[in-house]
Design a protein around this ligand. Structure first.
Ligand code: FPP
Length: 281
């Protein structure tokens, strides 16, 4: 049961969009490519890092809204493996902002029953960042509400490479047979294992790319691109994305959503749950 007043005050634009949502048909998992921080800063003649700093406010608003709506998962793309190419000062600032966010927001995460997790190669990060992340993961481990994934040092291709290595090692050790490798087994080895695949992928700032994000998991995601720059993204924009999602007709490759057919094996997502059978592309 969601508390509407907690999400949006009565008689506001946010509330009108919220009231138009069918809460029984919300996406289970939303993934977000947070983009446009640099452009936001440039438009204000500020250093790029000020865009990232302002983006933290948007992170807070999005996490709280998603948790209060009762979503199962939210995954935010904070730092890709390609982002190491950015100036050192920008990389250091991003890492510092992440640590600051975790320090300041811990009480809010706990109060909203949010379980914090990291997707990506954590071992490639600075030890002080790893320690802050591990601390947040363990302090929120008992939370049973939304799973909040931060994608850090993340690349979809690296994730699939890691899955391939894990499965190959199991085959080499004799604990797995090649014929046992199927979509479900691959999903179960992803960084997002246990969460349904994202139903909705949001990208801010208008770019039409998936940027190596959750490549396996977004196979059937609805994609919503908004021109809003990430530092301007708020509860209203998140609710608008959910509203657009609810107006889409999801077909999973079929013609219309087929009736469940007990004779036909449906493909599975990372949590092992089934989707309507894929018929054609
Ligand atoms: C893309 O904008 C944004 C990023 C690379 C970083 C996003 C990170 C944060 C908002 C802060 C840390 C996150 C958490 C979860 C606490 P860009 O710099 O590529 O923008 P541009 O395309 O306009 O240059």
């Amino acid at each position: 049961m969601i508390d509407r007043d907690e999400i949006a005050r009565p008689a506001t634009q946010e509330r009108a969009v919220l009231d138009g949502l069918d809460v029984a048909r919300l996406p289970r998992h939303v993934a977000v490519i947070m983009d446009g921080n640099g452009r936001w800063a440039k438009a204000r003649k500020l250093p790029r890092v000020e865009g990232h700093r302002a983006g933290i406010v948007s992170v807070r608003a999005t996490v709280e809204t998603a948790a209060r709506l009762g979503l199962q998962g939210l995954t935010l793309y904070a730092f890709s493996t390609e982002n190491w190419k950015r100036p050192r000062f920008e990389v250091l600032t991003l890492m510092a902002l992440l640590k600051e966010y975790l320090r300041r927001e811990m009480q809010t995460l706990l109060a909203n029953d949010i379980r914090f997790r990291v997707v990506g190669r954590m071992e490639g990060l600075d030890p002080s960042v790893v320690s802050a992340l591990k601390d947040a993961i363990s302090r929120t481990a008992g939370c049973r509400g939304m799973i909040f994934n931060v994608a850090l040092n993340y690349s979809g291709r690296a994730e699939l490479t890691d899955v391939a290595r894990t499965l190959a090692a199991e085959v080499a050790a004799g604990t797995l047979r090649v014929e046992e490798i199927d979509e479900e087994r691959i999903s179960s080895r992803l960084y997002t294992a246990g969460l349904p695949d994202p139903d909705l992928l949001i990208r801010t700032s208008g770019e039409m790319r998936v940027s190596n994000f959750l490549l396996w998991q977004i196979a059937y995601s609805e994609i919503y691109v908004t021109p809003v720059l990430w530092p301007d993204f708020r509860c209203l924009h998140f609710l608008e994305a959910l509203s657009a999602f609810q107006r889409r007709e999801r077909r999973y490759g079929g013609i219309v959503e087929p009736e469940p057919d007990p004779e036909q094996a449906a493909p599975t997502s990372s949590d092992g749950s089934s989707r309507p059978a894929a018929v054609t592309r």
